[in-house]
Ligand binder design. Structure first.
Ligand code: AHR
Length: 493
């Protein structure tokens, strides 16, 4: 029996809606085909951006979208992506598949996308192969109102008003594809570049420094020691794979046994240790939590789908990915005092995508449905939820069977999200609800009899959320029997 206690009268901290953010890179078919088809396309579009994708993304209320990379960001020269299409130079996307990038999707198109889906833009600048001047001028191009060389260029390119730009990343993975730097060197470079990322007029930029890979705590230590007072956020990247220690063992996205199910659950839970340990270092230099932990790349990374370009990172998405998403959201919610943003890698056709496309066809993945179910936590207040759960054991190892978090929104509605990580055993849950008077419970569930249940272009609705009517609320106690391998979100009124 899983015993939980929920304290509805004690608000811990606001769950920043940006925890439900996304990341879209010029990688494979994420931008081209997935988002951008061009205005001449027969696929219905608005200014070149797919209408079906816009509608789907609007529904899950993406708060913030990171672009143009990733590793691509530190090879990207923004001037190539503005002005008339026939004058934009083509380049080779050296990092991802060696394909030709025609630069038709650039700054104006990205802001248009954000406007259409209602997301805030989060731009990642090029520190690895770009200059300080180039970065400074990009910010000026986007945000300066009035007469200036860059603002005038923007106007000539059809945009009179500056855009509002809040989030700006000063480089990406600068320990690797962003320049192979040591943290001591990057910290100085960060300080230099960040100096020229200026606030023009009313526009206030929230600067995100490139953070650690996985458990590189030394990176976080050095960045916090040397540059904390010049940043608003420090990033962290970690991908869930079958083997968290060996990059050569990623595993198949769809063809797996319980062995790999268990490893993936365990690997996803490792994110909690990372958040706790990086936060501890941050606490030392920043006890008031002024600098946020920005997990701007997370998600599953499996072998690419057979017969697809290995440089495109296209993978299917199953119920297992849905559980991974649920685990991440619960732990980000529970650490929302420090985690202020997270960005799924990546929105469409790449890694743990929420949408897959094939020509004019589009499907929603199980991960999409988890974003939809969990959106109720966006900007709500985190509540203390004490969970005393059993273990999910496999062979000689054990992990907690349950992952959960709870919040209360402005209208006083309480939401509890619970994942049952065990693919074979149900979880009997008894939750004491303290302090509030709630009489109605409703919910949604995402589950299936198969661990690898997924949607295909021939069967797009194979797995989708259903109404969950198995929860009973009586005398201040919630009781339910959660099916194996399920994600549930309950609403209490
Ligand atoms: O998301 C794919 C890649 O993973 C990104 O480009 C890079 O930042 C990370 O290594």
């Amino acid at each position: 029996m899983v015993q939980m206690t929920l304290e509805t009268g004690k608000k811990l901290a606001k769950i920043n809606k940006n925890i439900y953010g996304h990341f879209s890179e010029h990688l494979g078919r994420c931008i081209y085909e997935g988002i951008w088809v061009g205005s001449e396309s027969t696929i219905p579009n608005t200014d070149g951006i797919r209408n079906d994708v816009v509608e789907a993304l609007k529904k899950i209320q993406i708060p913030v979208l990171r672009w143009p990379g990733g590793c691509f960001a530190d090879t990207y020269h923004w001037r190539d992506g503005v002005g008339p299409y026939d004058q934009r130079p083509a380049m080779i996307n050296t990092h991802w598949g060696g394909v030709v990038e025609n630069n038709h999707f650039g700054t104006h198109e990205f802001f248009r996308l954000c406007e259409l889906i209602g997301a805030e833009p989060y731009i990642c600048g090029n520190l690895g192969s770009g200059t300080v001047q180039e970065m400074q001028e990009w910010v000026e191009y986007m945000t300066f109102d009035g007469e200036s060389p860059m603002a005038n260029m923007r106007k000539e390119n059809g945009r009179a008003e500056p855009w509002k730009l809040t989030y700006f990343g000063v480089g990406n993975e600068n320990w690797g594809c962003g320049g192979n730097m040591r943290p001591e060197y990057y910290a100085d470079e960060y300080r230099r570049y960040a100096t020229y990322v200026r606030n023009y007029g009313e526009n206030q930029i929230y600067k995100v420094a490139g953070g650690a890979s996985v458990d590189d705590y030394h990176w976080t230590e050095v960045m916090m020691r040397e540059a904390a007072n010049q940043m608003d956020g420090l990033s962290l990247h970690y991908y869930t794979r079958v083997s968290k220690d060996d990059w050569s063992i990623k595993g198949s996205a769809t063809n797996f046994t319980e062995d790999e199910w268990f490893s993936v659950m365990k690997s996803a839970l490792f994110m909690e240790e990372l958040v706790v340990k990086h936060s501890r270092i941050m606490d030392k230099y920043d006890p008031d939590k002024k600098v946020a932990l920005i997990v701007d790349e997370w998600g599953t990374w499996f072998d690419v789908e057979p017969d697809t370009n290995p440089g495109f990172l296209y993978q299917q998405n199953t119920l297992r990915d849905a559980l991974v998403a649920g685990i991440h959201f619960n732990l980000f919610n529970n650490h929302c005092d420090r985690v202020q943003m997270a960005n799924l890698a990546q929105t469409i056709n790449v890694l743990q995508a929420v949408i897959l496309t094939e020509g004019e066809k589009m499907i929603l993945t199980p991960t999409y449905h988890v974003f939809d179910m969990f959106k109720v936590h966006q900007d709500a207040e985190l509540l203390p939820l004490h969970v005393d759960c059993g273990e999910y054991r496999f062979n000689d190892e054990a992990i907690p069977q349950i992952s959960a978090s709870a919040s209360i929104n402005e209208e006083g509605k309480v939401h509890i999200s619970i994942c049952n990580l065990d693919p074979k055993e149900s979880a009997e849950i008894s939750c004491l609800i303290r302090d509030g008077h709630y009489t109605k419970v409703s919910g949604l569930i995402l589950t299936d009899s198969e661990m690898n249940a997924h949607n295909t272009f021939d069967n797009p609705d194979n797995i989708k959320p259903e109404l969950y009517k198995e929860a009973v609320l009586e005398n201040g106690k919630l009781h339910t029997l959660l099916p194996p391998k399920s994600v549930v979100v309950l609403s209490l009124e």
